[in-house]
Design a binder for this molecule. Structure first.
Ligand SMILES: Nc1ncnc2c1ncn2[C@@H]1O[C@H](COP(=O)(O)OP(=O)(O)OP(=O)(O)O)[C@@H](O)[C@H]1O
Length: 540
């Protein structure tokens, strides 16, 4: 990312306001620095040359006021920076979440969710030093040195010339250091990413690892990944310290050059004491903001890397959608649909055809991994087919607005997601205004009459059994008024009697149902069976 990425200004209004405020504060600070130097030089000269303190009191008061004003500006800058940083982070988080949701599960499956979580939380927090330290110094660095050099030139051209010649050396070195830092920052971000990903996986699979006696082995792996992160962080820090040293050295030598020239001219009587003092006080101020930019660059590099990652996601194009918002009307058809997942050599679906008429119950059969869930993903718009078309009532799916399109379906996936809360809350996700009686009825129809709607489901439904989760998800789908039900093995985990009741309801409801089926009872309940994949399924 450039020192100030235009995308940041474009995407976050708070960043624009912050920049404007920083420029105003920066210009005022520049003026105050010069005023402070002038007042100090005059006060010292008055005391030293005239030997009296007459008139010094007024200068001292003015000096105190200038120092106070500078302190107020520093406070103001800090307040504006913290607020802007919070606002920008919140805006970017909101945009990132909204975009990720629009990109949908198809995109998400190709991403590491733990990376996205790190980015949304800790990653973007790294923008704090960028706003609080780096950007304000960048603004000061582009205003103060020029103001100081121009003011110096009024009193001493040689000193101003020395400053103007040596000043560019600092940004040149900063660019060189920046190039080296970029690679280190990326390596560190990658190490953090691997650490987060690995750690999340290990925690999620801890029970399995314990059962198979592999937990200890994972501790070694976590230690190895942590170590890699530590090494990357230490090398970033080492570079930061070395670069600060280089910049400090460069600035000190430059100030010394100015000071030696001024000293010689003062001794030879070519320069007055007040001018000499003014130049000596101003010279370090010209280099200070540039040195500070260099020092804060490292602290903000991680935030900059995080912002770049956010822009990468935000710039991922959304699937094409039209503006039609009316409820699509059946029949639904897939024609020659081919799906090619990015990291797969072979297409998962190839030239797949399907017709679904209103009121039909159609079963999708096929070997495990044949692509049955992928057919659902295509219908729901989570996966864009590489070839072929999805049509409803003769109209292409792309002509519909994504929300309007999804109103057509209620979906029970293989591993249904449940939200923390009670069962009724999860069922009502299908229809928020459903009454208690509606919730009970839906549970009954899903073969879950024995479940209490007030029962808590826990995080990700962990307080329920696998079969109970599935039935709550089925109730959630049944309570909607979506015309098409997409059910992935809806009766898995049900006993034969309950399964028969559920299937009876599905048939009697008159809804259009597309279900993934392995069990003979399900296959028998369907009007038609469509086989997915090359291998034909033998139906007993
Ligand atoms: N997001 C994805 N990225 C890459 N490959 C995927 C993705 N989703 C599914 N696949 C692959 O596509 C193939 C079909 O998967 P799918 O889940 O559609 O099969 P399925 O017929 O529903 O299987 P099962 O009956 O076992 O549930 C599998 O080989 C799977 O590994």
């Amino acid at each position: 990312m450039k020192p100030l990425d235009p995308r940041l200004l474009r995407r976050a209004r708070a960043a624009r306001v912050f920049l404007l405020a920083s420029v105003l504060i920066g210009v005022t600070t520049g003026g105050l620095i010069i005023a402070q130097a002038v007042l100090l030089a005059r006060a010292i000269t008055t005391v030293v040359v005239s030997g009296t303190t007459a008139g010094v009191e007024r200068l001292a008061w003015l000096l105190a006021a200038t120092i106070l004003a500078r302190a107020v500006l520093v406070w103001l800058q800090e307040v504006v920076a913290q607020r802007s940083s919070a606002a920008v982070k919140s805006a970017l988080r909101g945009q990132l979440l909204a975009h990720a949701l629009q990109l949908g599960p198809g995109w998400l499956s190709g991403e590491r969710t733990s990376s996205l979580t790190t980015l949304l939380t800790r990653g973007l927090d790294d923008l704090d030093p960028y706003f609080a330290r780096y950007l304000p110094q960048l603004v000061l660095a582009s205003t103060v040195p020029i103001g100081v050099a121009v003011w110096m030139a009024r009193s001493d051209l040689i000193a101003a010339g020395t400053v103007l010649v040596t000043l560019p050396l600092i940004p040149i070195f900063m660019v060189l250091i920046g190039l080296a830092t970029q690679a280190h920052s990326r390596r560190r971000a990658r190490a953090l990413d691997v650490l987060a990903h690995h750690f999340a996986d290990v925690v999620a699979g801890l029970t399995t690892l314990k059962v198979f006696g592999r937990a200890k082995g994972q501790a070694i792996a976590v230690r190895r990944v942590t170590n890699r992160h530590r090494v990357a962080s230490m090398s970033s820090l080492r570079l930061a310290f070395v670069s600060s040293l280089v910049l400090e050295l460069l600035a000190s030598i430059s100030v010394a050059l100015v000071a030696v020239g001024v000293g010689l001219r003062l001794v030879e009587g070519q320069m007055g004491l007040e001018t000499a003092l003014l130049v000596l006080i101003l010279a370090p101020e010209a280099y200070l903001p540039l040195r500070q930019v260099g020092a804060h660059f490292h602290a903000s590099a991680d935030g900059v890397a995080a912002a770049e990652e956010v822009f990468r996601v935000l710039e991922t194009p959304l699937p094409a959608h039209g503006g039609r918002t009316d409820l699509p009307a059946l029949p639904l058809s897939l024609r020659g649909v081919t799906v090619q997942y990015p990291d797969r050599a072979e297409p998962t679906l190839e030239g797949f055809d399907l017709d679904l008429h209103a009121g039909e119950v159609v079963a999708l059969a096929g070997a495990s991994g044949a692509g049955k869930s992928t057919v659902f993903a295509v219908l729901l718009g989570f996966v864009a087919p590489a070839a072929g078309s999805v049509q409803v009532g003769g109209t292409a799916a792309e002509e519909y607005d994504a929300r309007a399109w999804r109103r057509l379906f209620a979906w029970v996936p293989q591993r249904p997601g449940l939200l923390e809360g009670d069962i009724a809350h999860n069922v009502r996700l299908g229809r928020p205004d459903a009454s208690h009686a509606d919730v009970r009825r839906a549970l009954e129809l899903a073969g879950a009459a024995e479940l209490d709607p007030a029962q808590a489901v826990g995080e990700q439904g962990q307080l329920l059994s696998g079969g109970q989760r599935r039935r709550v998800a089925l109730a959630r789908a049944l309570i909607t008024d979506a015309p098409v039900l997409l059910l992935d093995e809806p009766t898995a985990g049900l006993d034969a009697e309950t399964e028969a009741t559920v299937l009876e309801y599905l048939r009697a409801s008159g809804r259009t149902v597309l279900l993934v089926a392995h069990r003979p009872a399900l296959l028998a309940a369907a009007d038609r069976v469509v086989t997915v994949g090359a291998r034909e399924l033998v139906i007993a």
